[in-house]
Design a binder for this molecule. Structure first.
Ligand SMILES: *[C@@H]1O[C@H](CO)[C@@H](O)[C@H](O)[C@H]1NC(C)=O
Ligand SMILES: *[C@@H]1O[C@H](CO)[C@@H](O)[C@H](O)[C@H]1NC(C)=O
Ligand SMILES: *[C@@H]1O[C@H](CO)[C@@H](O)[C@H](O)[C@H]1NC(C)=O
Length: 171
């Protein structure tokens, strides 16, 4: 119930933000320090693990985007530059990133914060990888990084390795 109210308020807020001056929106991404807040965690993961996964993911993009990313507590009156929300909406994808800086992840799957060396369970989505690719989308859309220059590593051999950012071959 509370969450539904929040979602309505939040959507209204997004519309309001979109109606604002374009230059003001673009200015935000030029700041050397960008803040982010995590609204909630998925049902299958603790807030702490969610927080740590996003902290790791932002840390990987920090030298590439030449930004410092700081987590601040969720506050609707004093909003952060980027927001992370898990919700129960239906959808075929894992989630989506909006150019304004919101990351909405669909809380319908089992998420896991894997430890390096651990065997990967295909039923359990890697929260760290999800964090990294959604942050990447936001940074590309807002011209903080160049879309074609970097990719995030994924491992397919069944044993977990933390995802990192690699520079794509320019040839
Ligand atoms: C969060 O995780 C860290 C590292 O795993 C641990 O040191 C800390 O005690 C945890 N905090 C809570 C509130 O569980
Ligand atoms: C949220 O931000 C407002 C404005 O800065 C502040 O007055 C308020 O105390 C903050 N709320 C919380 C819960 O930190
Ligand atoms: C809003 O939050 C930012 C980041 O935590 C803080 O630096 C700023 O002072 C806050 N603004 C107000 C009005 O509380």
């Amino acid at each position: 119930m509370l969450f539904n109210i929040f979602v309505s308020l939040f959507l209204f807020q997004v519309v309001t933000v979109n109606a604002g001056p374009a230059s003001e929106k673009a200015q935000k991404w030029l700041k050397p320090i960008l803040t982010y807040s995590i609204f909630n965690s998925p049902k299958t993961l603790s807030f702490n693990d969610t927080q740590e996964s996003f902290r790791y993911a932002f840390y990987q993009w920090s030298p590439i985007g030449q930004k410092r990313f700081e987590e601040i507590p969720w506050n609707e009156t004093n909003a952060s530059d980027m927001k992370i929300i898990f919700n129960a909406f239906n959808g075929a994808s894992v989630g989506h990133a909006l150019s304004d800086g919101e990351i909405w992840i669909i809380d319908q799957r089992i998420f896991k914060k894997y430890i390096p060396g651990e065997r990967i369970d295909p039923q359990k989505k890697d929260i760290t990888l999800i964090a990294m690719v959604h942050i990447q989308s936001i940074l590309i859309w807002n011209n903080v990084i160049n879309g074609n220059d970097y990719s995030v590593t994924q491992n397919f051999n069944g044993i977990y390795i933390l995802p990192t950012v690699i520079k794509r071959n320019q040839s």
